[in-house]
Design a protein around this ligand. Structure first.
Ligand code: GLA
Length: 436
């Protein structure tokens, strides 16, 4: 993970580097002011398909994107972590000593962004990894709270930074020469736990895994139960991914997310009890094991859906259909048929809007605007919902027209401004020391 080619730096990392000496130049805690500056970063993600399937132990198909959260910093000789956020123009200080036990007390006095860093450092310490203090400037170009997983990018970048500044005591990834080595997916799990702690959202592993495992030009098919994964080519000269941000951030998103997760768990409990009762009554020779909605096939669901209360039937029905869609889209990508993916996105949006009920007016407006532009192959809301952004699969020839339609019609229909970005499938995290 440690290389020394500054040309590899993403733009946000470059900006963090440029600000470091201005913020920390004179700081005495640094082990050696002449020591090399270290940079670590991790990407945000888009999710092509497989929404709200991760915590149901199903399948997801995300791509890491060419937007990152980055740390530029220098190791300290003590256990302090001093951070300057370029985006929030705010300093935060963390004490490694005492973590993870002091998480609550430290979190209470930190700004929200720094709690994610604190939670990751706490989880690394809970995993018995040796950490060293550091000073760092943080910067990112993943839109904040915009559905491209800025928090996962921050968590994963924190893990890579902590490894870089651990003085070689722990490393991430294959072939790393350190006494302790974490696999990227172990980092993803650890960062998922950190997200639960820092935000209170019982998220699945989608965002953190996508960030840890990004590969340029590829999407990632991840089985969220076994954590087996496969890369599928996602490259086309004809089409692009365009992300449109509603600029809506809703407070209720966290509680509604946890409620959906709990509803899925309840549906599983009811379906499993039903099958158990049938097996005991001798109506079934073999009892299918259902421990998550992942185990419910479309056929099984058709047969038993009527036994579920109406709301749970709609929630579970969406998840069962979405898992099937992910696998079909994976087959299309395997055959290089990127354009054929479009119709699946419309269907996922309808399911998220009508059955899972996590969309909102602004997301629906963006999807309907996209539907009317020729050359848009598919669009849907992306991520947890209740705001954030849509993902659009668009012919290159229609990018301009879609952008114009969104920028003019969205404000007219919602009274808000939208922003639009074209994203590319990019690589995963990186960490390196710059030549002194
Ligand atoms: C958020 C969560 C993910 C996932 C998506 C919905 O992004 O962090 O774990 O559940 O919502 O697919």
């Amino acid at each position: 993970m440690v290389a020394n080619d500054p040309r590899r730096l993403p733009p946000a990392a470059q900006l963090a580097v440029e600000q470091f000496s201005m913020v920390f130049g004179m700081d005495e805690g640094q082990s050696d002011a002449q020591a090399a500056l270290g940079v670590a970063w991790a990407p945000g993600r888009v999710n092509l398909i497989g929404e709200h399937t991760d915590y149901n132990e199903g399948f997801v198909l995300p791509l890491a994107v060419d937007r990152v959260v980055a740390f530029a910093g220098r190791m300290r000789s003590d256990g302090h972590v001093r951070l300057w956020s370029r985006q929030f123009q705010e300093l935060a200080e963390i004490e490694l000593e005492g973590l993870p036990a002091t998480f609550g007390a430290q979190a209470a006095r930190l700004p929200a962004w720094a709690r994610y860093v604190l939670a990751v450092l706490g989880e690394l310490k809970a995993a018995d990894l040796a950490l060293q203090g550091f000073n760092a400037v943080l910067h990112g170009d993943v839109p904040l709270g915009g559905g491209m997983s800025s928090s996962a990018a921050l968590e994963v970048a924190t893990a890579w930074a902590a490894s870089l500044f651990s003085d070689g005591r722990f490393a991430i990834g294959k072939g790393a020469a350190a006494s302790t080595t974490l696999a990227p997916l172990e980092v993803a799990r650890l960062c998922q736990r950190a997200e639960h702690l820092a935000s209170g959202v019982r998220c699945g592993i989608l965002d953190q895994a996508a960030s840890c495992l990004g590969r340029p030009g590829h999407a990632l098919l991840l089985d969220c139960r076994s954590l087996d994964f496969r890369y599928l080519p996602f490259e086309s000269d004809e089409v692009a991914l365009l992300v449109a941000d509603t600029h809506v951030r809703r407070e209720l998103a966290a509680s509604a997310y946890n409620e959906r997760r709990q509803q899925c768990e309840e549906a599983v409990r009811l379906l499993a009890a039903q099958l158990q009762a049938e097996a005991e009554a001798g109506e079934r020779a073999v009892k299918p094991q259902i421990t998550a909605l992942r185990d419910v096939t479309p056929e099984l669901f058709t047969r038993y859906a009527c036994r579920l209360p109406e709301v749970l039937r709609r929630r579970a029905g969406y998840v069962v259909a979405e898992n099937a869609r992910v696998l079909e889209v994976a087959h299309l990508l395997e055959r290089g048929e990127v354009e054929a993916v479009g119709p699946y996105l419309w269907r996922t949006h309808a399911g998220l809007r009508d059955e899972y009920e996590v969309s909102c007016l602004e997301l629906d407006v963006l999807v309907e605007i996209a539907r009317r532009v020729e050359g848009v192959l598919g669009a849907r809301m992306m991520g947890g919902g209740f705001g954030g952004c849509t993902i659009n699969l668009v012919r290159n020839t229609a990018i301009e027209q879609l952008t114009e339609a969104i920028l003019s019609e969205y404000p007219r229909q919602t009274g808000r401004q939208a922003s639009v970005e074209v994203c590319r499938a990019a690589g995963g995290p990186g960490a390196l020391y710059l030549p002194a």
